[in-house]
Design a protein around this ligand. Structure first.
Ligand SMILES: [Zn+2]
Length: 492
């Protein structure tokens, strides 16, 4: 028997023991709760929403909404419920048929561990990604009532992203909920009944003032059209969608070409054992991971995005705070982002649509601490393109952890089947999109004049490793000649 099989067996046995103990304590808690809180209301949820259980009592107890003051003893079981089991009495997950076209048949994402929904959850994790941790702090400090329910009045999307055939293909969208922006409309009844169901996508409208874009307008390289560029100051009008991750675990596993139980086990271990039910609840297929999501910026007429006749310019950009926000010159991130934005604006002004897709995968999903450690290793021993990837591998063990396989989901969500101009040189992004069945007609590299001198190390190393270029592909000798600045040097 392999080590992982022994571990799984031990975990299962442990889970069985804990389940028996929990069952007993839940019964005691229920008796206590009912006797201490007779004001709680009874809620009946219709049988058809449940996944195949016909012999259980579907009544569940919920607290009144907008409770003004927290009462920890009433909101959490006295002993924390560490995990549940699929065959535990009372456990009765809400409908979840990932990939169904009918949102009612698909079912809402029910993830809350509130006593009213812990037994009917059909998802693990928490709403809000990493911000669930800040929520915990607010609840612990009694700044926020654990059973607070958001007031969703007037929060609905400002534009309609309509349902696409891709939404009902369970292999096409696996990393977020395609109905996530329609939650409050689709599951209004359930929310009114007291279930804590929240949107995982929000769509809004904004004006943007970007210094480089303003400079382009000033020098006449971008025109003021009153629709996309709406003023002489270079002000932009944009629609944008923020998307939180919601993983359909069988689909994510298949996309990454791993077994679902291996994925669950690795997620459990790598999060410090935070989500024990990844192991004990194989019947729950949906997981809201504690990671950042993505944002889509739409320039031009959003109604044209899914029309294959529309000219589409797309930049898929992975977060790089040091460059994107603080203009560090060690990489091409912000310049390429700006170039993508300029070309997206021009496309929109020509009657097409421009998209910037911004994914929270800081430092190739290795994080900023790892990134700075790598920077130190690069600069201390002489920064060269020849050694570029080796420095990252020494620290992180891999070159890159972005694994672009999940990225095309957002393109499917928007109904995109082809991209006319793809503003990226990344072979990994390109290949993931092609593998998803979406055509790319043209790949557009960043112009040489936009590449900061010190970022030549990175871009040359990437081109040698397979990044797209219209120009020269550097050989080993070229790479050893491409060197970066030392800390004390300044550019000529
Ligand atoms: Zn960067």
């Amino acid at each position: 028997m392999s080590d992982s099989a022994v571990l799984t067996q031990i975990l299962t046995t442990l889970a069985d023991l804990q389940a028996s103990q929990q069952l007993l304590s839940q019964k005691v808690d229920k008796i206590q709760t009912e006797s201490e809180h007779p004001h709680k209301v009874k809620l009946h949820l219709h049988d058809s929403h449940y996944a195949g259980h016909s012999d259980s009592d579907h009544d569940t107890v919920v607290s009144p909404t907008f409770a003004p003051k927290i009462d920890h003893a009433s909101l959490f079981a006295e002993k924390p419920i560490l995990m549940t089991q699929p065959d535990q009495p009372g456990v009765n997950p809400y409908t979840m048929n990932w990939g169904k076209a009918d949102p009612q048949a698909r079912g809402p994402i029910v993830v809350s561990r509130h006593p009213s929904s812990i037994n009917i959850r059909n998802a693990l994790g928490a709403y809000g990604g990493p911000y669930s941790i800040y929520r915990a702090l607010a609840v612990a400090m009694e700044e926020l009532a654990e059973d607070h329910r958001p007031n969703f009045d007037h929060t609905e999307p400002v534009i309609n992203i309509p349902q696409q055939p891709q939404w009902s293909d369970p292999t096409k969208i696996v990393s977020f909920d395609p109905f996530g922006h329609m939650t409050t409309q689709l599951y209004k009844k359930e929310i009114e009944q007291g279930l804590d169901i929240r949107p995982t996508i929000a769509i809004t409208r904004a004006h943007m003032l970007v210094p480089e874009i303003q400079a382009e307008v000033k020098r006449g390289a971008l025109t003021v059209d009153g629709k996309v560029v709406i003023g002489d100051t270079g002000e932009l009008d944009v629609h944008k969608a923020a998307i939180d991750p919601v993983w359909y675990l069988p689909g994510v596993a298949a996309r990454l070409n791993v077994e679902e139980d291996v994925l669950r086990h690795c997620l459990f271990e790598s999060t410090g054992g935070m989500y024990s039910e990844l192991i004990t609840r194989p019947d729950i297929k949906v997981f809201l991971p504690p990671i950042g999501g993505l944002t889509v910026y739409i320039f031009g007429n959003h109604e044209l995005i899914a029309d294959p006749k529309t000219q589409l310019t797309v930049r898929v950009h992975d977060e790089c705070n040091g460059s994107d926000v603080f203009c560090s010159d060690i990489c091409t991130c912000r310049p390429y982002l700006i170039y993508g934005m300029v070309e997206a604006i021009k496309e929109a002004q020509n009657g097409g649509v421009g998209l910037i897709i911004y994914l929270r995968k800081e430092g190739r999903a290795l994080g900023e601490v790892t990134k700075y450690l790598v920077y130190n290793a690069r600069k201390r021993v002489g920064d060269s393109a020849a050694k570029y990837f080796e420095r990252t591998e020494n620290v992180a063990g891999v070159k890159d952890m972005r694994f672009q396989g999940l990225m095309p989901d957002v393109l499917h969500w928007l109904g995109i089947t082809k991209i006319d101009r793809f503003m990226s040189m990344s072979n990994m992004k390109h290949d993931a999109i092609i593998d998803a069945g979406i055509q790319i007609l043209e790949r557009v590299p960043i112009p040489d004049e936009m590449i900061p001198a010190d970022s030549k190390v990175e871009i040359d190393a990437k081109i040698a490793a397979g990044y797209f270029t219209n120009g020269h592909i550097p050989d080993a000798e070229d790479l050893s000649r491409t060197v970066g600045r030392g800390w004390d040097d300044s550019h000529p």
